[in-house]
Design a protein around this ligand. Structure first.
Ligand SMILES: CC(C)(COP(=O)(O)OP(=O)(O)OC[C@H]1O[C@@H](n2cnc3c(N)ncnc32)[C@H](O)[C@@H]1OP(=O)(O)O)[C@@H](O)C(=O)NCCC(=O)NCCS
Length: 186
């Protein structure tokens, strides 16, 4: 467990799927409004995220699926999930990174991602990490550029609301390269 300021970071527990999915839904509704379809954000997303996190957390912590939550006195305020070694070329996938909307821009996302990256098993130490982000999500892109991510590809992706939208792929050479940038305070 790691504590920074008032936020404590730890592995998510299997019985936390409801609070993890609630944070995920709140973050998408806040950040992706105008990017994803309203009908999806106001509808199917809730049940879909609940099913995803119930299934993902059911097996508890696994070396190939890292799920870190940050919590303060009010509950879960951050979520970072890395799926190890997902892609032959781009390596481990940073699949989810979310900070509760009212706690954004306070350094919590940076800390949550660092916590998750540090948990990658040694077998992945020499392999890259990557993520994809909606082309329209400039705020998150700014964070990834700040954190040393290289824009390696522009492509299109099928989104859960059934749209096909442009996305960017950002990559880091190794977990150590990512954590070094995340730990840099300047
Ligand atoms: C992206 C996200 C995880 C970053 O976490 P955070 O705790 O807000 O970010 P941090 O405080 O650790 O880092 C802040 C950096 O993010 C970038 N950033 C965040 N919000 C921004 C905004 N609205 N405009 C511009 N840059 C922004 C900046 O580079 C900023 O650095 P600065 O504050 O020194 O200028 C968080 O804002 C979030 O949950 N966003 C909504 C969901 C999302 O888009 N997730 C990523 C999906 S790919």
């Amino acid at each position: 467990m790691a504590i920074d300021g008032d936020v404590r970071f730890r592995d998510a527990a299997p019985d936390e799927w409801e609070s993890v999915s609630a944070l995920h839904v709140a973050s998408w509704r806040s950040a992706y409004r105008g990017m994803l379809l309203d009908a999806y954000l106001d509808g199917a997303i809730a049940e879909e995220r609940r099913a995803l996190w119930r299934a993902r957390l059911a097996g508890g912590t696994r070396p190939d699926q890292i799920v870190v939550v940050g919590e303060d006195g009010s509950g879960i305020v951050a979520l970072a999930c890395i799926l190890a070694g997902q892609d032959r070329r781009w390596g481990s996938l940073i699949d989810n990174l979310h900070v509760r909307p009212d706690r954004k821009r306070g350094g919590i996302g940076r800390l949550a991602l660092a916590e998750a990256a540090r948990r990658l098993p040694p077998a992945y130490a020499g392999t890259p990490l990557h993520l994809t982000v909606l082309e329209a999500n400039r705020a998150a892109q700014s964070a990834y550029e700040n954190w040393g991510g290289a824009l390696v590809e522009r492509l299109e992706a099928d989104l859960p609301d059934s749209q096909r939208l442009p996305v960017r792929r950002y990559a880091w050479a190794t977990p150590a390269a990512l954590t070094a940038r995340l730990e840099r305070r300047t």
